[in-house]
Design a protein. Structure first.
Length: 133
């Protein structure tokens, strides 16, 4: 599988907890992705609307002002083909079902393993790139 040049993609990290945000920001920063961060559901949606270049969204299931499932639905209603990953420390059958119904592309358990995350990102961004050609 070809590796996508990361500097050409913008990722929105919608993570309320500072430790998760910092950990993922560092992972992406090392790969030179363009990174935007947001802490609340309102801030996530504002940044998503302001930055049409966003190619991928990673959301926590628990956010200030809402939850990741609701934000996921709103993001998909604005741009249905964008890959959206959910991140949670606890994954249950109910949360997997809700993620699927909401349009989640990948559901990851925290802490995230860098290799797994980058592989999934590569898969979805390649798919997105092929669709745009």
């Amino acid at each position: 599988m070809a590796v996508i040049p990361s500097s050409s993609f913008t990722v929105l990290l919608g993570l309320g907890h500072p430790d998760n945000r910092n950990e993922l920001y560092e992972m992406f920063g090392e790969k030179e992705f363009n990174i935007l961060t947001a802490r609340s559901s309102e801030e996530i949606l504002d940044k998503f609307r302001e930055h049409p270049e966003i190619a991928l969204v990673i959301l926590a299931t628990e956010l200030a002002g809402s939850n990741g499932f609701e934000v996921l639905k709103k993001v998909k209603s604005l741009k249905d083909n964008i890959p959206v990953f959910l991140l949670s420390a606890y994954i249950s059958f109910e949360s997997l079902k809700l993620a699927s119904i909401s349009g989640c592309d990948e559901f990851l358990q925290a802490p995230v393993r860098e290799k797994e995350l980058l592989s999934l990102i590569n898969k979805h961004l390649l798919k997105q790139l092929k669709q745009s050609i």
